[in-house]
Design a protein around this ligand. Structure first.
Ligand code: DX5
Ligand code: ZN
Length: 223
């Protein structure tokens, strides 16, 4: 699969979300929406009402990343609302198989996310239940943090686990992904790249998206 770029609107202007999503509409593959509840992570962003409003204004599918406690209760509603992808965290879900199946049943791609210190070993049996594995490359909660190189070997191991099983699972990296770090992620086997500050901090966000995708493709991401 060709590398995909999912710009995070956490770094956009929350008072002008529709305008900021339109800026990347012709360049990006997804719009990454960071839902934070101030419990799973120490930050509070937005929830279902904002996602529902954004759906009416986005030509791109929404990639909803739920950094919340009790995703089992809330995640299916994001899928039912029309999100293209809904990712829950392995650390938070109490019934991940039921919730991942509910996301898929509602017509969305099901994602499973893990924090930097959470191993992927032990999640192998869930790979058949998911469409995307999200590896956090910063501690979740804020945009603009420094990429954690320590996660690179886990990206390689996760890619190998997916390949061994010959599953069509996308491997997403999120946090500190930029022109300086995207090649390392792509070489390690990631194929979906979230970028917040690297896109919305650029003078031309659409151009930044294209440049990131080209870099990832040149480095072998998505092969
Ligand atoms: C952090 C979020 C990320 C964040 C990435 O917890 O999950 O999606 O927006 O921002 P950057 O790309 O600036 O690290
Ligand atoms: Zn995110």
């Amino acid at each position: 699969m060709a590398p995909q770029i999912s710009p995070s609107i956490l770094s956009a202007d929350f008072a002008r979300l529709a305008d900021d999503v339109a800026l990347i509409a012709d360049a990006a593959d997804w719009v990454h929406v960071d839902v934070m509840d101030n419990h799973f992570v120490p930050n509070l962003t937005l929830g279902l009402p904002v996602v529902e409003a954004l759906l009416k204004h986005s030509a791109l599918p929404l990639d909803c990343h739920l950094m919340i406690e009790d995703p089992d209760r809330w995640a299916p509603q994001y899928a039912e609302a029309g999100a293209g992808s809904v990712t829950i965290h392995a650390e938070a879900a109490k019934a991940p198989i039921r919730t991942l199946r509910a996301i898929r049943a509602a017509g969305a791609r099901a994602g499973l996310g893990v924090n930097p210190a959470t191993p992927v070993e032990g999640l192998e049996d869930l790979l058949g239940e998911i469409d995307m594995l999200l590896l956090m490359t910063v501690e979740p909660g804020f945009g603009g943090q420094k990429f954690l190189d320590v996660v690179l070997p886990k990206i390689r191991r996760a890619r190998a686990l997916i390949k061994d099983r010959d599953l069509p699972v996308w491997l997403q990296v999120d946090g500190g992904v930029s022109a300086e770090t995207i090649e390392r992620c792509a070489e390690a086997g990631a194929d979906v790249f979230v970028a917040g500050s690297a896109v919305y901090g650029a003078d031309d966000p659409a151009e930044a998206v294209r440049a990131l995708r080209n870099q990832a493709a040149a480095a072998g991401g998505g092969e």
